[in-house]
Ligand binder design. Structure first.
Ligand code: NDP
Length: 295
């Protein structure tokens, strides 16, 4: 099977690497050097334009920051749409927004191209290991065609419902991640100032009911150690909280907690910048509280 993968960022790159191991893969990236480097490393072919990447591919996958970026990539003489074959499959792994994906799906359906939103969860390490969770929005027939492709990097592959529901699921998941990051930082900064050693606080939380993925995985690996690796940009998590707020609004759910989290993440993004990692929101809380969560 011939496939194409466009968007070789922090998570797209390891996903494309896994696809290259089982398909004849063409890659495209806005910064060409990244596509050339990956192609050289795994025997894929680097394309000079989105159109060229899509030509001859039975399946095209994208992983860009936003759905608006995907929509822009489709347009123009050298755009993806110009290269897509009728009866091909378009799988968008961007953590995108439901409304834009519904519009994209409609536009592609008119040309006989099937679309599903397929955002992923599990981080860059999950992409490398092929253990991502994939949340798929599309019709049953498209899901059945997509599953074997997604198995290259996904372990749990779930059909959530029609186009857009994969994005909605992913956005709500990430909004809860944002809640846990913020609440953990606030609570443990206060404990540290009250004289509780940070590591002990984390260990007790992790054998109690306040634990979360943040306290069990992110904090021990990244915060207590002072490592702060860059794997998932805070700017992207802020974008996801915004998408989740749209899902709440569309469905008439007021959501005071998530609206407040939206404000706090906008502030964190403005303060820490576009390249900061998402866990660094805890750094901001540390700074504002005058407490270090280390140990
Ligand atoms: P990065 O910021 O690391 O990479 C973004 C990629 O998109 C790069 O290849 C970049 O190209 C390309 N790009 C950016 N803007 C455009 C544009 N306007 N047109 C074309 N290409 C563009 O992002 P990630 O890889 O981390 O994230 C990608 C998606 O996956 C996001 O939606 C994110 O929310 C989601 N995600 C990320 C996870 C993670 O752990 N990192 C986990 C789960 C989901 P260039 O090389 O030229 O900059």
């Amino acid at each position: 099977m011939k496939a194409a993968f466009l968007g070789l960022g922090a998570i797209g790159r390891p996903m494309a690497m896994r696809l290259a191991a089982r398909t004849q893969l063409t890659v495209w990236n806005r910064t060409r050097a990244r596509a050339d480097e990956l192609a050289a490393q795994c025997g894929a072919r680097a394309a000079g334009s989105p159109r060229e990447a899509a030509q001859g591919a039975a399946v095209v996958l994208t992983c860009l920051p936003t759905s608006a970026d995907v929509e822009r990539l489709l347009a123009g003489a050298d755009g993806l749409e110009a290269g897509l074959a009728a009866d091909s499959l378009f799988l968008d792994c961007t953590s995108g927004d439901p409304a834009t994906s519904r519009r994209i799906a409609q536009r592609l359906a008119a040309r006989g191209v099937a679309f599903a939103d397929c955002p992923v969860s599990g981080g860059t390490s999950g992409a490398e290991a092929g253990t991502l969770t994939v949340m798929v929005g599309g019709d049953e027939a498209t899901f059945a065609r997509a599953r074997p492709v997604l198995e290259a990097f996904g372990r749990r592959i779930e059909h959530m419902g029609p186009v857009g529901t994969g994005h909605a699921m992913k956005a709500v998941n990430n909004a809860l991640l944002a809640v846990n990051l913020e609440a953990f930082g606030e609570g443990v900064a206060a404990l540290v100032k009250a004289g509780v050693p940070a590591r002990k606080a984390v260990e007790v939380l992790n054998s109690s009911s306040g634990r979360s993925f943040v306290s069990e995985a992110l904090v021990p690996e990244r915060v207590l150690t002072g490592r702060w690796p860059q794997t998932f940009r805070l700017a992207l998590l802020d974008k996801d909280v915004g998408i989740a707020l749209g899902v709440l609004d569309e469905n008439g759910v007021p959501g005071p907690v998530l609206h407040l989290i939206g404000e706090l993440f906008r502030h964190a993004r403005a303060t820490l910048g576009e390249e900061a990692d998402h866990v660094e929101v805890i750094r901001l809380i540390e700074r504002e509280a005058g407490a270090e969560i280390r140990g």
